[in-house]
Design a protein around this ligand. Structure first.
Ligand SMILES: *Cc1c(COP(=O)(O)O)cnc(C)c1O
Length: 373
């Protein structure tokens, strides 16, 4: 039997009745944009992230763009981002007309390195965007201390880490602004695109609220140039159902991670680490292996889906390669060459987990020996 990376239909089956009722209630009420479910979800997600305000938007990418714009970041400004993350983290900066400035990652947590952040701050630096990659929190205490000292704003890219914590504080609510994605495969996923900005800064919340809808507060009276980036009511209704299950799903992910760790113990495989005092939410379970592409091919042939997040660090993708950013980022290069995500979703059974782990052990042995006949 082949095993997918995530199984969204399996998840739907576990909550089918609740979802169907919630969607039907929206269809029969007839309000589809910025209705009562969006307003309620904004409050619920903000509270879950330890922030005062939530503003639903059309995607995680838009959450980043609107946060940057709400902070007044634009041409002439610099924003520090990790060189190993999903493209949108830097894309949002570029789209606002600002300059992304890359720093390397810590190979144990995949988060940007605070000392490097500090060394890249200039008179033009307006913000830093730590990314809680794969569900592991970035070192927020150190980043916040540097940002406060140097007068730089902090935008958390929390697209992969809703429910993660640093100590007792949920990610997303630690920086000045937190950005969430509800892309279907994210830990809290809609059945379409969606995102949210969370913040405890009322002015920022208001600015995002205005920008997400044509720059107006009063209909047809725009104050600034905004855009159309709204979360729709059906997705909000789906997300409110799913949010009620999120803690249970997160605990299931963590239990699966524990099983993988036990079953892969002693194999020549780099396993994800957890920094002290953080809650990792395992959006992805990413291992590191020598001969990564051969291992992936062999797993694929044995019916185990894998994926590479991400095959190119940002300083090597075409738009930024041509911009020739300063600096070298060896850990980002290494991560791009060695990382491999293996199946991780809350509905995985013990049998599936064991099957994946067994095949990974086989594949890494094969990769070390060379291709199997
Ligand atoms: C998914 C993701 C985004 C963008 O979210 P979308 O909803 O797909 O626009 C941004 N940053 C990171 C790290 C992500 O994983």
């Amino acid at each position: 039997m082949s095993i997918p990376l995530v199984d969204l239909v399996a998840q739907y089956r576990t909550i089918e009745r609740e979802i169907d009722e919630a969607v039907k209630a929206v269809l029969t009420r007839g309000a589809f944009i910025l209705g009562p479910n969006v307003a309620a979800l904004e409050e619920e997600v903000a509270a879950y992230c330890g922030a005062r305000f939530g503003v639903g938007v059309a995607s995680g990418t838009d959450a980043l763009i609107l946060s940057l714009r709400a902070l007044g970041i634009g041409p002439g400004d610099e924003v520090i981002v990790p060189s190993y993350t999903f493209f949108a983290t830097a894309e949002a900066v570029s789209l606002c007309g600002a300059q992304p400035v890359f720093v390397d990652i810590d190979p144990r947590t995949y988060a940007l390195v605070p000392e490097q952040v500090e060394s890249r701050i200039t008179a033009r630096t307006r913000a830093v965007i730590p990314v809680h990659l794969y569900g592991h929190p970035a070192p927020m205490e150190a980043i916040m201390a540097i940002a406060r000292r140097r007068g730089v704003r902090v935008i958390e890219d929390n697209a992969q880490a809703i429910g993660a914590r640093v100590g007792r504080r949920p990610t997303g609510g630690i920086g000045d602004v937190g950005c969430l994605s509800f892309f279907p495969s994210k830990n809290l996923g809609a059945y379409g695109d969606g995102g949210m900005v969370v913040t405890s800064d009322e002015a920022v919340a208001q600015a995002v609220r205005k920008l997400r809808q044509h720059g107006w507060e009063r209909k047809y009276h725009p104050d600034v140039i905004g855009l159309n980036s709204r979360l729709d009511e059906i997705q909000a209704a789906v997300l409110r159902v799913k949010l009620r299950h999120l803690e249970r799903w997160t605990e299931a992910r963590r239990a699966i991670a524990d099983r993988y760790r036990t079953l892969l113990h002693g194999a020549p495989v780099g396993l994800p680490e957890e920094a002290a005092d953080v809650r990792h939410v395992y959006h992805l379970f990413v291992i590191r292996v020598a001969g990564r592409d051969a291992v992936a091919a062999q797993l694929g042939a044995r019916g185990i889906a894998t994926s590479v997040y991400y095959p190119l660090p940002l300083h090597r993708i075409r738009p930024y390669r041509e911009m020739a950013p300063e600096g070298v980022f060896p850990e980002s290069d290494r991560a791009a060459a060695e990382t491999l995500a293996i199946p991780m979703y809350p509905e995985m059974t013990e049998a599936l987990i064991a099957q994946v782990a067994g095949e990974v052990r086989e594949a890494v042995r094969g990769a070390v020996r060379g291709p199997r006949a």
